[in-house]
Write a protein that binds this ligand. Sequence first.
Ligand code: GLN
Length: 309
Amino acid sequence: MPDLAGVVRAIADEMRARPDRGEVARYIPELARADPRAFGLAVIDAAGTVAVGGDADVPFSIQSISKVFTLTLALGMIGDRLWRRVGREPSGNPFNSIVQLELERGVPRNPFINAGAIAVTDVILSGHQPREALGEILRFLQALAQDPTITIDEAVAASEKRTGFRNVALANFMRSFGVLDNPVDYTLGVYFHHCAIAMSCRQLATAGRFLAHSGRNPATGYSVVSPERARRINAVMLTCGHYDGSGEFAYRVGLPGKSGVGGGILAIAPGKASIAVWSPGLDAAGNSHLGRIALEALTKRLGWSIFGV
Ligand code: GLN
């Protein structure tokens, strides 16, 4: 069995030495400030051993990775009725695409594209004030990561609120079909803020542990979701977690994973480990360029792909 700490350190060193980094997201102006040379990796195995490399303790904007946790919360609130509001098929389109919404009567293809995540946020908001809904999401992440210091980067949230015209369009379009229940600016306010939560690779890998262990966080012994629900969330991550790059991610890495335009990826090796990687440079599909390459190296060296060695 290769030594986990050694593998993680070696991959971090290899990634930091590479000249190819991808492009930092600029459409949310505040994200353009990220250092393209940053690279972090954290792996937590079933025994709770943490292996870290590079900038594993530097917080970054988790962006769409938050959608895994909002999906988990919304399923906890209304169960499988959620699937009336949002589908679970890969979109084959960019994360911010609007084209399929008209054909499918405002029902987004899956909970990880922007439209789908906005519909999920709307479910969490129902019956609450935006501040309460956001507090619920933040406290959920703090509890999972066992770290009450996790916060929202207000500058990132404000930056997206100022420039998120596409998301405003998606939300209004869905509202016109009756897929959203709440005032659009309330739902988007919560959405922009949960995308702006800042976490480090170590915190994110800790928060993802329940998905690697049949819904139960081995550190606390608490069940977060049932084994069946954990399996299904992993399935949606595998098929939809990287937008129109999901096929390539499954082909190269072979794990359920969720990316964000902040350059983070949460990947789950079921039964084995929760993994978080961060490198702000993105590929053409908006997924972390070196993050994917690092995960490909990791799964290959450890034999962790769900499809076999
Ligand atoms: N907050 C971002 C947006 O709505 C999230 C996108 C992403 O991480 N892919 O555009």
